[in-house]
Design a protein around this ligand. Structure first.
Ligand SMILES: NC(=O)c1ccc[n+]([C@@H]2O[C@H](COP(=O)([O-])OP(=O)(O)OC[C@H]3O[C@@H](n4cnc5c(N)ncnc54)[C@H](OP(=O)(O)O)[C@@H]3O)[C@@H](O)[C@H]2O)c1
Length: 324
């Protein structure tokens, strides 16, 4: 595996987790000095090159099976990294939460299939979210509507704050009768994630693309709330008070509530709670890429659950699922 963007906060955690699990990998990114220091810590080879350097990609991807892209915001890196993966025929993974990047991956389905590689954007949060949706959808006959509420507990890194402008900037996207629609306003919706009813805001987290891929449910709405309140910067990204920004652990766990309605009107709910902060993304990304390295993959654009089913949930550490 090649890990590009290895020197950021999440990249560095992923590098140490991949090393702990004994994966065969090298690291890459644009900053030579940071790469040299990190490579020395885990005793691997590094490749320093900017994301649009196709020769750099060719050299770094030689002999590799998979590329894991952690360099975000992904609006600046995913197109180049996906094209390199297709050209040099290696499986592609990233951990983005930017919905436009999922649409980009979807648009490259035919090229990835022709190259015989898997293209999976969203191997972070969605490694829990998407199999949980598949799990819940199986509890009704013919699922027709899906609502998901995600409450994130933890801090944010500069890369995530930059990405948040793209997530919010994508607008209020929902899926209706199988089509993506942009709506202009949406009232807050109340969900109870185990601590009483709370208001959530409509936000396209990516299930409108990824969980449509894995389930085909025609109506999808997604909602988001944070344990830490944030304002908004002029560019649309999240704004925190001085000293409030951190990506370390906090007391509360993150929770994902999935609600599926069947054709006969039956409503079922399943909820996953996970550790707070970025560690679930770290374990998920390493688990998913390791599966591809072991030869388990489906060619073309895939979501975590379209490739690995609800069983993926069971292989993630410290994730508890409750059905009700
Ligand atoms: N959805 C999820 O589950 C999840 C969880 C965690 C993080 N993320 C996303 O992952 C991304 C990285 O997060 P992070 O915590 O590692 O952020 P970070 O600590 O701010 O690091 C950002 C990384 O991206 C690299 N980078 C940024 N722009 C680049 C460009 N144009 N070309 C090459 N490299 C570039 C940086 O390189 P330098 O070191 O050279 O500056 C650095 O390695 C963010 O977009 C974040 O939202 C998603």
């Amino acid at each position: 595996m090649l890990i590009y963007g290895a020197t950021g906060h999440t990249g560095s955690l992923i590098v140490h987790e991949a090393s702990r699990r004994g994966l065969d990998f090298e690291i890459a990114g644009r900053s030579k000095d940071k790469l040299a220091a990190l490579a020395a810590e885990v005793n691997v080879k590094y490749h320093a090159f900017p994301v649009d350097d196709i020769e750099g990609w060719g050299l770094a991807l030689k002999g590799k099976t998979a590329l894991l892209n952690i360099a975000g915001p992904f609006s600046e890196t995913a197109e180049q990294a996906m094209e390199a993966a297709i050209k040099f025929k290696v499986h592609y993974f990233d951990i983005t939460a930017e919905v436009d990047i999922y649409r980009l991956a979807e648009s490259k389905d035919a090229a990835a299939t022709a190259a015989g590689i898997m293209l999976m954007s969203g191997a972070g949060l969605f490694a829990t979210y998407d199999p949980l949706v598949v799990h819940t959808a199986k509890r009704v006959k013919n699922p027709v509507a899906l609502r998901v509420a995600f409450k994130y507990s933890g801090g944010f890194t500069p890369g995530s704050i930059a990405s948040s402008a793209n997530i919010i900037g994508a607008g209020l996207l929902v899926r209706k009768n199988g089509e993506i629609k942009k709506i202009t306003t949406a009232p807050a919706a109340a969900f109870d994630l185990g601590t009483g009813a709370e208001d959530f805001s409509l936000m396209p987290l990516g299930g409108v693309i990824l969980s449509y891929k894995s389930t085909g449910i025609p109506d999808i709405e997604e909602y988001f709330a944070m344990a830490t309140q944030a304002g908004t910067n002029a560019d649309g990204s999240m704004k925190f008070e001085e000293g409030q920004l951190h990506a370390g652990p906090v007391a509360e766990r993150s929770r994902i509530l999935v609600e599926v309605t069947g054709e006969d009107g039956t409503i079922v709910r399943s909820m996953a709670d996970t550790p707070d902060g970025y560690m679930p993304t770290v374990s998920s990304a390493v688990e998913v890429v390791n599966r591809a390295l072991s030869g388990s993959y489906k060619p073309g654009f895939q979501s975590p659950a379209s490739a690995y089913g609800e069983g993926l949930l069971m292989s993630l550490p410290d994730v508890n699922v409750t059905d009700f």
